[in-house]
Structure formats: structure tokens, C-alpha cells
Design a protein around this ligand. Sequence first.
Ligand SMILES: *Cc1c(COP(=O)(O)O)cnc(C)c1O
Length: 503
Amino acid sequence: MTTPTPRDTFLAHARRLLMERSTPGRIGASIPDLDVPPQEPPPAHLVRDDLPLPEVSEGEVVRYFSTLSQMNFSMDTHFYPLGSCTMKYNPKVNEEGASLPGFAGLHPLQPEETAQGALKLMWRLQTYLCEVTGMAGCSLAPLAGAHGELAGVLMIRAYHLSRGEGHRKVMLIPDSAHGTNPASAAMAGFRVVSIPSDKEGNTDLSALREACGPDLAGFMITLPSTLGLFDRHIVEVCEMVHRAGGLVYGDGANMNALLGRVKIGHLGFDVCHLNLHKTFSTPHGGGGPGAGPVCVGERLLPFLPTPVVRRQVIDGKEVFTLARPPQSIGRMGAFHGNFGVLVRAYAYIRALGAPGLRQVSQDAVLAGNYILARLQDLYHLPYPRRCMHEVVLSARRQRARGVKALDIAKRLLDFGIHPPTMYFPLIVDEALMIEPTETEGKETLDYFIEAMRQIAREAEETPEVLRSAPHFTPVGRLDEARAARQPDLRWKPMPSGGVAPGG
Ligand SMILES: *Cc1c(COP(=O)(O)O)cnc(C)c1O
């Protein structure tokens, strides 16, 4: 028998911790004596006795959750090169700002004159985002990137309707687009037509020209594209769409490559959204709140979602109010958007300042190209040109040895690295979409590159190691569809003597 490694021992211990821990009569809290008159319990028909709870000590509960957290991947424990996602880092100082009592204790129905500080922060954030995008106006209302897209395409629809051009029903979308783009356009009632990319990964201009008919409503494009490339024809693309009477939507979920360098409003875009949870350091994932503000050029200003914060100077004093633009598409949700998220993004922008934001794009693009340069001898590069903040590689060569992009992603877990995005964009075979982000140091990038190089060697020499990876994680390959659709997240009492699987 082989001696267990410390890691095996830890995993066995962790598994024991996650097993059925309930011991009748054990308790994790001391309840103080009543210092108010005892109350009658609710009527018997409202009381249930089929709600068994685990009986455990406080220490066991703390260890249970801490152990679970250690078995997981997180921003604070692992490198996350997930593409088109920019999970990046969440500065702790942002959390301090968001939890200041004056912000955290605000009530959304409070009179505006008692919330001037919060409104001022929102107004300033609107102004900064207009500056970053070169746009004329901004609403912070949308609660996610896809929600911002919906707001944007609804504005495009309202614009055409206001001009008596309701027949404009076609939304053109490149074949490299994020799936939310066609979904948002379809939800807003548009007919989606896909536009191919050319050999270099740019918009295919002749296909676009052909598709620009009298029923054109607009073109929705991501810049840089999800191939990690800056579309070299972008100005021509915007002009072509405008000549046909359409508007140009910019998916600005990931603006890390452009901050402080390119204002997409100046390129000809009419509307865009920004993901604060991708570009501006607010927490992402886990179903937590996000924010997808929309920015627009002059033509769409009257249609912005409600509310927009307005600033006036009355008797030499700044006054901030919530306004409804004249032809507003209406509300995207309750109240003012995800205010706590807005505070975090504001804190980030203020901490970096203009030179810091410019440095973001420099470092993000440098990191992407460093990885490209050091892996292109071993992995196929479908579009052999410089990338922006992310690089899309293909595992085509490894596939010839029977190793898929999925196997490579799973093997990275053994190195303590979260997998990159796989099989997206759909137009790249065996795609591995790697986004290192601006906040990782060279040592981390080198570690990732060494892991990818070792994996490429393994694909040649010992492909079975990859096909059965991961080997060092608490669980191996899951049925990912079932894990997402039927997650086992709730403690359930086991039949006596049974052992609950880690959940
Ligand atoms: C993430 C992303 C979106 C969607 O943003 P959500 O906040 O997840 O709704 C849209 N487009 C692109 C390019 C993205 O990367």
C-alpha cells in the first residue's frame, strides 16, 4: 500500500467533514434568557414539524463552510484566465466604500434632497462612463450586460418608431458574437441576421454591404471582437450601417483593451453597454448583482432608460435629481439600479484616475500578447495577428492526438488554474479563449504558460493523462449539464446510518 500524501489526508478529512454530521441534541448557539414576555406560538396549522435541521456545534458549521470554500476556485485563491469574462480582481477598498453607512443604509424611497451624496456619485459615474466611451449620455439602470443590451436595442427600436420607420426590423450580428447579443435583439422583436467574419477575423464587408437593406434597424458588434481582435474596418462598418439608415450597437462588456485609448463614440457607435463587473472591478459571478450601464450618442439621448441623474446649479449650489428622459424606453428594474455595485465601480475609477485607466489597457493588451507569443509554437493560432486583451487559441493540433480542448481545460485544474473559456467563439474549432487581464503579474502568466507547455508535451507523450484529468481536485469530471441544472446545494437528512454526499 502506498503511504497517503498530506493532500490525500486533507481530502479524506474534508470528505469526512462534509458527511452527515448531525448528532441528536448537539447545538451551535446559546440562546439568552427571555427579556420580553413570552408570546403564543403561531396556530398549529402554520407550524410544521417536517423541517429537520442538522444538529451541529458552531465550530463544525464554521469548518464545514470554510472547507467547502477551500475546495472551490475563487478570484482570491486562483488565477482565472476565463475569456470574454474579465473576472479580474475586486479591490477590498471598494467594499469599504460600498458599506459606508451613508450608502449602505439608504432607502430607495428616501426624498432626493436627503440622498444628494449618492445621487452625486451616480451623476459623476455617468459622466466618467461618457468620457470613457465618447458618448453624450448614460443611464446606470441596467442590472447586467445582457440587460444593457436589451436596453440598447429597445432604444434603437424606439428611435426608428419615433421616425415612422417601424418597418426596420433586421438586426445584423457578426458570427463571433456573444450569445446574449442575438438573444437580446430577438427579445426586442428584431429579426437577427448573422454576418460572417473574414479570414482576418474582421467583419466581412461585402456580406455586410449586401445585408444593409431598407429593413435594416442596426448592427450589433463587439469591439474588440470575441476573437480578441480589433476590427480594422470598424469606421467603414459604422459608415455603411449609417448610410443604410441603421444604428450601430457596441457590446462594450470588456473594455479593458480600449480604456483611455479609443472612445467608441468617436468611431461611429450610437449606443453601447459596459459591464462594470468585467471592466470596472466589481464582483462577478455566483449570481451576485452586476451592472450594465448604457451610453448613447446625441440621437438616442431622449430614449435612455429611467432614471438618469441630472445636475443643476441653483443659487450657486449643485442639486441632483432623478429624471425621466422625454421619450424614455422606461424602467429596466426597480429603483436606481444596483447602487452598491455603482459605488464600487466609482471607487475603482477614482482610485486609478485617468492615467491608471490608460495603464489598464496597456497592461491588458501586453498580457494577452505575451501569452500569444509564448504559446503560438505549440498551439494553433487561428488568426495569426496581434491580439487585444484576450487571445483565442485552438487545440486543433492536440485534437489530432485525441486530446480535446475540454481535456486541456480539465488538466489546468491540476495546476491550480481555472480553465479558460472553451468552444467559444463558435467559429473556432476546439477554441481556448484566454483572457489574462491587466492585474496579473508576469510570474502568474509564466506559471500559466509553463502549465500550457507541459500540457502540450503531455498531449504528445501521455495523452491518457489529459483524457482522465483532473487528477488532484476533490471531484473528477462532472456531468456539467446536470451539475448546472440539478445542483445539490441543500442539506438533507440521510436515512439513519447513511452518509450524505458532499452537499
Ligand atoms: C459577458 C458578456 C456579455 C453579457 O454580460 P452579462 O453581465 O453576463 O449579462 C455580453 N457580451 C459580451 C462580449 C460579454 O463578454
